[in-house]
Ligand binder design. Structure first.
Ligand SMILES: Nc1nc2c(ncn2[C@@H]2O[C@H](COP(=O)(O)OP(=O)(O)OP(=O)(O)O)[C@@H](O)[C@H]2O)c(=O)[nH]1
Ligand SMILES: [Mg+2]
Length: 382
């Protein structure tokens, strides 16, 4: 194994990494945890991650946290595992801000984090970093669909395999979005998770509304050593197939109009056109998210499954004549088909709302076969 380059640190920095499937709530949770740390007078930095650039998450966390003095960097063009050296470069940039805690959000289709990222960091950067328990977030709907086989899925078997590997390597399993569950359903899911993963700490949380977040933070800040559950076995061909069933599209679009248009109306039209087109193809959504920015203010939209209701958040932008749209779609479609649908939806928006849209950048592909440069499958103590 090659040796990664050395870095200098003044003190040992705590690492909070939160993984989990697409749309499970990682960005929402990390932003909430960051604000809680700031309220305790601690310094925080964050690193986002994606397969290509124009990442909505980076823009959202910058919107939420930059004004609070939180440095945010990103690793793009591959997951943390496959771009380990770039992750170290970005971590070093954050270290210049002297954080107490450095947070990272691996891509939602990623697994084998402990072998490919945590263990190499523990070995090569022992004095610089200390891992908090590695958390995996799960959405209750995906638990029913991909773990318990209670609801139908249009994802192939490999996606369930990937989902289970993500759970298997966690120290903490955070059952998120409990605000959407009746108490008896919440207890049932918790007990099913405990039955399947008896050795893990299972936490019911609502990253959006705050329930359980303080308890989670206490565990992350405790001296409990983290990222200890290395996957003993993982079939990279199955893992690669799970990633490759998703079309992955990131685009940045300039929108303008000679007359003003309502930003919320535009967002709703775009959501409904895209959701309609994906429904016609029975193309399950991993996560569709976009952000509209104008005059330094942003609103954003999320849709985390084909049958779900979209959510709109952020500022009320009201009536606009120009703005930018950054859109990320992870959908079970061939990339060319996904790109066609998104381009058509943008054209439809122009026709219906009289808004001119100019694509500044567009990347669409299926994630490549994961090839982490450093893999340590033995347990490594901190
Ligand atoms: N009801 C509810 N919604 C939540 C909660 N946490 C997150 N969400 C919503 O779930 C959607 C996805 O949240 P994100 O935080 O972007 O999820 P993510 O895991 O970072 O998504 P990717 O980075 O694309 O994998 C957003 O609409 C969030 O508002 C929660 O506790 N309750
Ligand atoms: Mg995210």
């Amino acid at each position: 194994m090659a040796t990664p380059r050395k870095i200098r640190t003044e003190k040992t920095v705590k690492l909070f990494f939160v993984g989990g499937f697409l749309g499970s709530g990682k960005t929402t949770a990390l932003a909430d945890l960051a604000k809680r740390l700031l309220r305790r007078g601690m310094r925080v930095g964050m690193i986002t991650n994606d397969q290509t650039d124009n990442l909505v998450d980076t823009l959202i966390v910058r919107e939420m946290l930059s004004e609070l003095g939180v440095p945010i960097e990103e690793v793009v063009e591959g997951c943390f595992c496959c771009r380990f050296d770039e992750l170290i470069n970005q971590m070093e940039k954050i270290l210049a801000h002297r954080p107490d805690v450095l947070m990272g959000e691996p891509v939602g289709s990623c697994t084998d984090f402990v072998a490919a990222v945590a263990n190499p960091i523990k070995i090569h950067y022992r004095d610089a970093f200390r891992f908090a328990p590695f958390s995996t977030m799960v959405d209750p709907d995906r638990v029913r669909e991909l773990l318990l086989d209670e609801t139908p899925t249009s994802f192939p078997e490999e996606v369930s395999y990937l989902f289970k590997k993500q759970l298997e390597e966690s120290d903490i399993l955070a059952l998120n979005k409990i605000d959407t569950l009746k108490p008896e359903e919440r207890e049932r899911l918790l007990s099913d998770l405990a039955g399947k993963y008896p050795e893990k700490k299972i936490l019911p949380v609502s990253a959006k509304e705050g329930a359980g977040m303080e308890e989670w933070l206490e565990i992350l800040l405790s001296e409990r050593p983290g990222a200890n559950t290395v996957l003993r076995q993982i079939d990279y061909d199955r893992y690669a197939r799970a990633e490759a069933v998703l079309g992955w599209l990131n685009t940045a679009v300039r929108i303008s109009s000679s007359r003003s248009f309502d930003a919320t109306d535009l967002a709703k039209r775009l959501l409904s056109t895209l959701q309609g087109a994906f429904r016609e193809k029975d193309a399950e959504i991993g996560h569709l998210k976009f952000l509209i920015t104008s005059d330094g203010k942003s609103m954003w939209a999320n849709l985390t499954r084909l049958g779900a209701e979209p959510a709109l958040s952020g500022a009320q932008l009201g009536s606009l004549s120009r703005g930018t749209l950054v859109l990320n779609a992870r959908v079970r479609l061939e990339p060319a088909e996904l790109e066609g649908i998104v381009r058509e939806a943008l054209n439809k928006l122009s026709e219906e709302s009289g808004v001119h849209s100019e694509i500044i950048d567009l990347q669409c592909f299926s994630p490549a076969y994961p090839e982490p440069p450093y893999l340590v499958r033995e347990a490594v103590a901190q």
